[in-house]
Design a protein around this ligand. Sequence first.
Ligand code: NAP
Length: 312
Amino acid sequence: MENLIIMGSGPAGLSAALYASRSALEPIVIAGDQRGGQITLTQDMENYPGFPEGVGGFELAELMEKQAVRFGARISSDAVTEVDLSKQPFAVRTREKNYETKAVIIATGASPRTLDVPGEKEYTGKGVSYCATCDGFFYQDKSVVVVGGGDSAVDEGLFLTKFASKVTIVHRRNRLRADPILQERAKNNEKMAYIWDSVVSQVLGDDSGVKGVRLKNVKTDSESTYDSDGVFIYIGHIPNTTLFKDQLEMDEEGFLITDKRQKTSVEGVFAAGDVQDPVYKQAVTSAGTGAIAAIEAEKFIAELEGKAYPGK
Ligand code: NAP
């Protein structure tokens, strides 16, 4: 019997693991397929407090893991496949093992949203990408399109200018949603270009990979084609909550519903990070909610065992 299973190993899961291990819960973190979470796909994090010069996303994840392990957290390179949260103890099935646990923290994060247009699936890995950090290197002196107008599109677009000769942002509005500081950097970068009020309606290519995109102007409905060697898609994320369908309350977009103490609709099940956050989605807010979830999980387990500190 485990005290606490933490699902996910991004900033929310690892921060929860740090706090829970310091409460002597000996939590186990089921890391999932992307150990370290989404930050490992970010080259440089400039807004995580404590790193005035910035820190690599992968490096930050490694540091967080090391800190949690120092206090007794166990990290398993495994993935959860099924859960039963209908009764105590909760059952958690992974690819390798069956667990029983008193409490659960869900920090399974979110995955990139797809455009769902013809050619997207077909050319994924052959010119369509959701990760500039992973694939940018392959676009030396090439021309690429970035879809989206948020922080990710602009930040990753700027990163791509290190390699590509031209980076064209295609956005469905006539201005960006991204932070002013990123917009200013993009404005001052001569490799960046923009196509406004437009969506990608098809990814075009041949046996050698992506050759361009078909664009639709959302104001005039006119269509055109635009040559490109790659398409990077940054149109937001969808929460990874399929495992919890019909077991936990979610909003219409699939985000888990939590209260201020990170409690979900089932007592003893807490959630933290992007899986329950449709608004902020920052590494630092994820780490914060991970800490809250762990503090509350510790209280829940103490109560369950009749060891709660009076009034706490
Ligand atoms: P986001 O802020 O949700 O932006 C998604 C963008 O994609 C929006 O511009 C949206 O258009 C567009 N979009 C959505 N669906 C679309 C579709 N079907 N077709 C075409 N365009 C579509 O997502 P994000 O940029 O990934 O950022 C997520 C969170 O991470 C944010 O909170 C952000 O602040 C944070 N983040 C921060 C940094 C940083 O601080 N450096 C870096 C990366 C991410 P509309 O504008 O019309 O809605």
